[in-house]
Design a protein around this ligand. Structure first.
Ligand code: ATP
Ligand code: MG
Length: 514
C-alpha cells in the first residue's frame, strides 16, 4: 500500500481520502494522529475508532520482519489478554487475474478503481460467510475463517465464499472483464503474543497455512478455487472436487495433494455429506426410536404428528433420524427431507428449494428447459395446478418461458400463494402414501420457511404425515404446545450406552458424552 488513499480504501473509508490529502496526511503522519485530530478532520466516531486500531496495526506491521506474520486491518472482535495460542484456521488467499496486463492497458487511475472495486467485492463476499479480511496485499486479499471468531464450519464457509467470489467478481462492472483465483488451506497456526504487543498481539498469525493458501492461489487456473488436503478432509462430500494431484510448492515441506472445488455437492444433507454412507451402529436411543415409531404408527392412521427433536450440537439428532429412516425403509411412504444451512439463514425458502431441486433431480449443467421439464414431471405426480407450478418455478429461479400463466401478483401475495401451494402439495402427496418429513437444523431456518412450517404444522393435523423438526437448544420452537406436537429433547448418553468412537469427520463436530 503506497498512499493513504489506498489505505483508506482498504478500510472501506475512501470518503475521507480527499480530506486526508488536503491536510497533507501521509503515512509518516498517520501514527501521530490522535482521536481529536481525526474529529477535527470530520471523521465520525465509529470510523475514528476503526482508524486508530488500523493505525496501531500499521505500526506493528512495520516493526515486523517475518514474511509469514500477517497483520489484520479491520478488527472488530473483543480483545483477550491471552498469550500465544494454537488454533485451527482456514486461510483464503484471492488474487485478481492479469492485473499486470491490465496495468499496461489501463490508465493508473482506472486501474486503481478496478482494484479497489475488486477488493471491496472480496471483502463483502467473505464477510457474508463470516470471513475476516486480514490484509490487502497488492491486488490480493488474505482472509481468515476461524479467527478471530471460530465457527464449526469454517472450512465449508471458506469454500462457499470462494465459489461465490468467482461469480461476484465476474459480474463486476469494469472496462475489462475480471477474473479471480482463490487458494484455501487449513491448518494449525499460532496466533498472538509473538511479535509486537497490545493490539498487534491478537492480529498476528504465524504458520505454514497462509503461505500454503498463497501458493495454491498462484497455482489455480483463473476463476477456480484450489484447496489443500487439510481443508478437503473437513468437507466430506459437501462439494464436488477434482483432484489435481500432488504438487511441490515453494516453502512447503513435501508434496501437497491439491483439489479444485467445483461446486456444492449433491449429497442429501449435511449429516450425509459429512459422514458418508458408513454410519457406526446406533448405540442406545432405544426409547427414542420406539417413541418415533409409535408416532409414525399414529400418523399413518391420518392423525398427523409433529416431533420437535432438540439437543446440543453432536448429541445425535441426525443420527436418530437416520435410524428412523432405516427402520421405515421397507414400508410404503413418501420421504421429504429439508436441510437448513448456516450460510443461508436469510435466504427465503432455502431448505424447501433444496428439497424440490433434489426431488426433481435438477443437475447443475441442465439447461433451463431441461430443468423445467424435470420440475413438470415431478409436479405431475401430484396434479399440481399451472399457477402453483409457475410459483414453484419462480421459487427455484427458473424462467417461466411462456410455459405457465404469467404471475400477476404483488410480492406479498406471491409469497402467500407459494405457501398455500406448498401445503396443497403436501396434502396431495399424503393422499397417495403416508409422508415422513424431516426438517433438519431449524436453528438456521430462514423466516419465510418458518412461515411455511407454521402452515405445514397446522395443515398436517388431519393428514397421514409425521414431521420431525430438529434443532439445537438456542432455537425456541413456536410450534410447541399444540396437541399433535410433542417435544423430545435428547440428553447425553450414559456411560453404559457410550458408542465406541465417533466417526465425525470434522474436527469441531464432536460426540458429547457425560
Ligand atoms: N446413538 C448413537 N450411536 C452411535 N453414534 C452416534 C449416536 N449419536 C450420535 N452418534 C454419532 O455422533 C456424531 C454426531 O451426531 P449427529 O451428527 O447426529 O449430531 P446432531 O445432534 O445432529 O448434531 P448437529 O446439531 O451438529 O447437527 C455422528 O458421527 C453420529 O453418527
Ligand atoms: Mg445434525
Amino acid at each position: 500500500m503506497s498512499t493513504t488513499t489506498e489505505w483508506l480504501t482498504s478500510l472501506g473509508m475512501s470518503e475521507y481520502a480527499e480530506r486526508f490529502a488536503d491536510n497533507k496526511i501521509d503515512f509518516s503522519v498517520l501514527p501521530d494522529l490522535t482521536d481529536q485530530d481525526l474529529e477535527k478532520l470530520g471523521v465520525v466516531l465509529g470510523d475514528r475508532r476503526k482508524m486508530l486500531r488500523a493505525i496501531a496495526n500499521l505500526e506493528s506491521v512495520e516493526k515486523k520482519t517475518s514474511a509469514v506474520t500477517i497483520s489484520a486491518v479491520a478488527p472488530a472482535e473483543p480483545r483477550h489478554q491471552d498469550t500465544a495460542e494454537r488454533r485451527q484456521v482456514t486461510v483464503m488467499f484471492s488474487d485478481l487475474v492479469g492485473s499486470t496486463a491490465l496495468s499496461v492497458r489501463m490508465d493508473p487511475e482506472d486501474l486503481r478503481e478496478v482494484i479497489s472495486a475488486y477488493q471491496k467485492c472480496v471483502a463483502e463476499t467473505v464477510r457474508r460467510f463470516g470471513g475476516f479480511v486480514a490484509k490487502y496485499m497488492g491486488d490480493g486479499v488474505l482472509v481468515y475463517f476461524g479467527y478471530p471468531q471460530a465457527h464449526e464450519d469454517d472450512a465449508e464457509r471458506a469454500v462457499r465464499a470462494g465459489l461465490e467470489l468467482i461469480a461476484a467478481v465476474s459480474a463486476l462492472k469494469s472496462p475489462a472483464s475480471l477474473q479471480t483465483r482463490v487458494g484455501i488451506a487449513t491448518g494449525l497456526v499460532v496466533v498472538g503474543d509473538l511479535i509486537g504487543s497490545g493490539e498487534a498481539q491478537e492480529r498476528g498469525i504465524v504458520g505454514e497455512t497462509p503461505n500454503l493458501a498463497a501458493r495454491l492461489q498462484a497455482l489455480a487456473k483463473p476463476n477456480t478455487v484450489v484447496i489443500a488436503e487439510g481443508t478437503r478432509k473437513l468437507l466430506g462430500n459437501l462439494f464436488e472436487l477434482e483432484c489435481l494431484g500432488a504438487k511441490d510448492l515453494k516453502g512447503i515441506s513435501g508434496p501437497v495433494r491439491v483439489f479444485a472445488a467445483l461446486r456444492a455437492g449433491s449429497a442429501e444433507g449435511r449429516f450425509e455429506a459429512l459422514h458418508g454412507s458408513g454410519l457406526t451402529d446406533l448405540v442406545g436411543r432405544d426409547e427414542e426410536v420406539e417413541l418415533l415409531m409409535r408416532r409414525w404408527s399414529k400418523a399413518k392412521t391420518g392423525e398427523g404428528q409433529v416431533v420437535l427433536l432438540s439437543g446440543e450440537a453432536g448429541i445425535g439428532k441426525s443420527r436418530l433420524t437416520a435410524a428412523l429412516l432405516e427402520r421405515l425403509a421397507s414400508g410404503p411412504h413418501t420421504r421429504l427431507r429439508y436441510f437448513c444451512s448456516p450460510q443461508h439463514t436469510d435466504s427465503a425458502f432455502y431448505p424447501i428449494i433444496g428439497q424440490m431441486e433434489r426431488a426433481a433431480g435438477l443437475a447443475h449443467d441442465d439447461t433451463p428447459k431441461a430443468k423445467l421439464d424435470k420440475l413438470d414431471a415431478l409436479l405431475a405426480q401430484t396434479s399440481t395446478s399451472k399457477q402453483a407450478a409457475a410459483l414453484f418455478a419462480e421459487m427455484l429461479s427458473l424462467p417461466n418461458a411462456g410455459r405457465y400463466p404469467a404471475l400477476d401478483l404483488a410480492p406479498q401475495q406471491r409469497r402467500q400463494k407459494t405457501l398455500e401451494a406448498l401445503t396443497s402439495q403436501l396434502a396431495g402427496l399424503a393422499s397417495q402414501r403416508p409422508v415422513l418429513m424431516i426438517f433438519e437444523d431449524v436453528h438456521w431456518i430462514d423466516p419465510t420457511s418458518v412461515e411455511a412450517l407454521n402452515r405445514i404444522v397446522e395443515r398436517l393435523k388431519n393428514l397421514p404425515a409425521l414431521l420431525i423438526i430438529t434443532f439445537r437448544p438456542e432455537f425456541s420452537a413456536p410450534w410447541a404446545g399444540q396437541s399433535h406436537v410433542m417435544s423430545l429433547m435428547l440428553s447425553r448418553l450414559g456411560n453404559a450406552t457410550r458408542p465406541p468412537s465417533s466417526k465425525a469427520s470434522s474436527g469441531t463436530r464432536r460426540f458429547h458424552l457425560t
